[in-house]
Design a protein around this ligand. Structure first.
Ligand SMILES: [Zn+2]
Ligand SMILES: [Zn+2]
Length: 275
């Protein structure tokens, strides 16, 4: 039967005769249903509509995967290549034959993971296409699994998904929100793949973390502090969020902007007139 994909979030749902009545991910206060209402699509329709995968080298050992024209949330998935196999981070909600062959040529997929439920896309389809590679889901977010499948593995805390690639649970946006530290990234200086756990600002020199990005719901200070503490022991020079990159000097920028965030949510309005 058809594997239904929500057109707003791009997340795959079980193969049923008719599409689900609603998408729980999009009904949640962190996401949204568009004014035009809930719409479902599927892989055949996306291909027929002219969607394709753009695969671009980003640095040695790293490729970006973007659906063009943009589809759903539109994150850039990342394929991290290591001698022990490749990690597919934040799989797009799309997988055609051409993409499969191109990713196979890059060494295939040994493990799949994402920073949080919004960016899990067609993770089960990807897993089935690549020898049922494990799909790692933070145990704290298991209630958000939309397409249950035996390939799903639960994890919590800190987990080395492949040698040199460590998933770190930070919480915040979702209870299980995570980042991946890539030892060999940025020419050996280390890279952090942060998805929506830590988002990069339009200035490409600052970051933020929110409960909801589209609906502008902030996080309390203890959540921001926890992100800082969870990432503090890891060295990294480069930061890849779901949509952007800070090429160098990322760690001090993360620390400075999240500290600024805490000052704003706990402090006084600086331009408030003296009373
Ligand atoms: Zn949805
Ligand atoms: Zn999100």
């Amino acid at each position: 039967m058809t594997i239904w994909i929500c057109a707003t979030c791009g997340i795959g749902h079980p193969d049923t005769g008719a599409p689900p009545s609603s998408c729980a991910i999009c009904l949640d206060e962190r996401q949204y249903v568009p004014a035009t209402g809930q719409r479902w699509t599927h892989q055949r329709e996306l291909s027929a509509d002219g969607h394709r995968m753009r695969i671009e080298p980003l640095e040695p050992g790293l490729h970006g995967l973007s659906v063009v024209p943009r589809f759903a949330i539109g994150q850039r998935g990342l394929l991290v290549c290591t001698p022990a196999g490749n990690l597919l981070w934040e799989p797009p909600g799309y997988l055609d034959e051409e993409t499969l062959a191109a990713v196979e040529a890059l060494g295939g997929v040994a493990a799949i993971s994402a920073s949080h439920p919004h960016l899990t896309g067609a993770c089960i389809q990807w897993s089935h296409a690549f020898d049922r590679a494990p799909v790692w889901v933070a145990s704290a977010d298991r209630a958000w699994i939309r397409r249950p499948d035996p390939v799903i593995e639960l994890w919590a805390g800190v987990h080395e998904v492949l040698p040199g690639l460590t998933m770190i649970q930070c919480g915040g946006h979702f209870a299980g929100s995570a980042v991946v530290h890539w030892d060999a990234g940025a020419g050996g200086k280390g890279a952090m793949l942060s998805g929506d756990t830590i988002q990069i600002g339009a200035d490409r020199a600052s970051v933020s973390a929110m409960r909801s990005y589209p609906n502008n719901i902030p996080l309390p200070a203890p959540s921001i502090r926890r992100i800082l503490e969870a990432t503090a022991v890891y060295d990294y020079d480069r930061l890849y969020s779901a949509f952007a990159v800070i090429e160098q000097g990322a760690k001090p920028l993360v620390e400075a902007s999240l500290s600024r965030y805490m000052e704003w949510i706990q402090g006084h309005v600086p331009d408030e007139p003296e009373r």
